[in-house]
Write a protein that binds this ligand. Structure first.
Ligand code: IPD
Ligand code: CA
Length: 267
């Protein structure tokens, strides 16, 4: 029943809603006055994260009443097993959004049968819309994209700092980052994991890791990377989970084995 979900017509409507969600972000006013704290270290949410999520939940429910929802800004996160589920980060890169850094995305994935089967990530500042469907390739604004062919020595690494639980993760994060940095071209820290995964998918970067992320951070990016010819899994090689968060390692094919070997020495 769900094999062709979303249908081409639903997909066009979903992408339209994601672009509209991006407009809510870029037209936001007085963001600094709309910030509140969430559990964790310097973890923030704004009224706009909540507004974008509400907009997506209600609009996507009209487009696809057969699907369930899991969104970052809900109190309880449950992934149903008997139907496709939208996994949504209304604003990935919330601190960038608060600080007006223009590097935040709307991320909408679909999980079905325990795997990401569809995803779209929209950066409304650059108007880049990344999308992929299982078996259908990956695209940036309708142009096919592919991961790079650079090996570790020339690879550009994106590092995620697990900022909200930094106390238990910082030593390992910096140990892995140092080890890879000494062998690769350089490293970057964008502040949006969803965008990091998409820059890897289109060959602008080549490696990514973060010791813990939520499923909403990587769901859409994961299918985009896979369809662009890259790999994404946990740091120990296990498949990603979508019912809860997990560590994430992503790479192109050319640097995968050498980078993973170095990374695993530091686990
Ligand atoms: C965060 C960003 C950040 C990553 C954090 C995520 P949020 O998402 O993706 O790059 O380091 O681990 O939680 O909180 O801005 O939606
Ligand atoms: Ca978020």
């Amino acid at each position: 029943m769900y094999r062709n979900f979303p249908s081409p017509q639903q997909e066009a409507q979903i992408l339209c809603a994601i672009r509209r969600a991006g407009e809510i972000m870029t037209s936001a006013l007085e963001v600094q006055d709309a910030v509140s704290a969430k559990p964790g270290t310097r973890n923030y949410v704004t009224a706009y994260d909540v507004k974008v999520q509400k907009y997506l939940f209600s609009t996507l429910a009209e487009i696809a009443p057969e699907a369930a929802f899991l969104g970052e800004e809900e109190d309880v996160h449950v992934l149903p097993e008997d139907k496709p589920c939208f996994v949504i980060d209304p604003i990935d890169g919330t601190l960038n959004f608060i600080r007006d850094l223009h590097c935040s995305c709307v991320s909408v994935g679909i999980v079905w049968g325990g795997k990401a089967v569809w995803g779209a990530v929209y950066n409304p500042y650059t108007k880049e819309l990344f999308r992929a469907r299982k078996g259908g390739g990956a695209y940036l604004n309708d142009q096919p994209i592919h991961v790079s062919e650079l090996s570790l020595e020339d690879a550009l690494l994106s590092v995620g700092s697990s900022p909200y639980i930094r106390e238990t993760n910082w030593e390992k994060t910096f140990a892995i980052a140092s080890s890879l940095f000494l062998r690769c071209s350089d490293f970057r820290r964008s502040g949006s994991a969803a965008y990091d995964l998409c820059t890897l998918a289109c060959g602008r970067t080549d490696l990514f890791f973060e010791l813990i992320l939520g499923p909403w951070d990587y769901c859409a990016g994961a299918i985009i990377i896979e369809e662009a010819g890259g790999s994404i899994h946990q740091l120990d090689g296990a498949p990603l989970r979508y019912d809860t968060g997990c560590p994430v390692f992503a790479s192109n094919a050319a640097s995968h084995d050498a980078a993973l070997r170095l990374l695993q020495e530091k686990l």
